[in-house]
Design a binder for this molecule. Structure first.
Ligand code: CTP
Ligand code: CA
Length: 223
């Protein structure tokens, strides 16, 4: 047992993971969301727990089983996710933004159900806060892991996000590939860090990808 405990590289570390696609309300019966299932985030929370961390999972997904031994915060909107992440940030050693945060929210949320009237209608949207970029701005000791879902120019966009958001690592996936991305049980990713060649993880289960991502992060944090 002692050797097992000593082999837990995230022992005494606090890991915060976000998961799922946020929901932005239009009215009491309608919302805007995206195809994220939350599986990658939940796999990361489980992997962090199994590596010995104290884990907080901030989830916009409601369709998956809550992992055992993980503090769980249910959210819906990007705003709620932002508040939950900020609350956990100071104590955190690693933050993993695996959530697909809505980029825009309806400018006005109708209190009552919107009735159909005209032949066309226009929804006006406002940009949400970029949570990862905000974490980057306020970064002290934390190690920040972001994701990048892309359909083209993977490396260019991923390295752009790494720099602009001041993340320590960007895990990029090509969501147009059949074994990667939204709502799959497998993934295939490229890990980008400043001044390093990308680390390519070929197709495997999201659980295996999650453990590998954290192992790469642990190595990087030692440098
Ligand atoms: N992200 C975030 N807050 C947002 C939008 C995105 O924290 N409002 C985070 C995601 O959780 C992810 C990273 O930023 O870790 C990249 O998300 P992605 O959607 O790929 O990139 P964006 O910066 O939103 O740019 P775009 O969607 O235009 O590619
Ligand atoms: Ca986005």
């Amino acid at each position: 047992l002692r050797t097992q405990l000593n082999n837990l590289p995230l022992k005494n570390k606090q890991v915060v993971v976000t998961a799922g696609g946020t929901k932005e309300r239009i009215d009491p019966v309608r919302y805007i969301t995206n195809d994220s299932s939350g599986k990658m985030g939940y796999s990361l929370a489980i992997a962090a727990r199994d590596l010995g961390a104290t884990v907080t999972l901030i989830s916009a997904s409601r369709q998956l089983v809550q992992p055992f031994g993980v503090a769980f915060v249910q959210v819906d909107s990007a705003k709620e996710m932002q508040e939950a992440v900020m609350q956990a940030y100071e104590q955190a050693d690693i933050v993993v933004m695996a959530a697909a945060v809505s980029d825009y929210r309806p400018s006005n949320q109708a209190v009552e159900k919107i009735k159909k009237n005209e032949a066309t209608m226009t929804l006006t949207l406002d940009k949400t806060t970029d949570i990862l970029a905000e974490l980057g701005k306020q970064k002290q000791h934390q190690f920040l892991i972001g994701f990048a879902a892309e359909t083209n120019n993977l490396e260019k966009y991923a390295r752009g996000k790494l720099k602009q958001k001041k993340a320590d690592m960007i895990v990029a996936n090509d969501v147009s590939k059949p074994h990667a991305g939204f709502n799959k049980d497998t993934n295939e990713v490229s890990i980008f860090m400043a001044d390093e060649d990308p680390i390519e993880l070929s197709v495997r289960s999201k659980q295996e990808i999650a453990t590998e991502i954290l192992r790469v992060a642990i190595n990087q944090m030692k440098k």
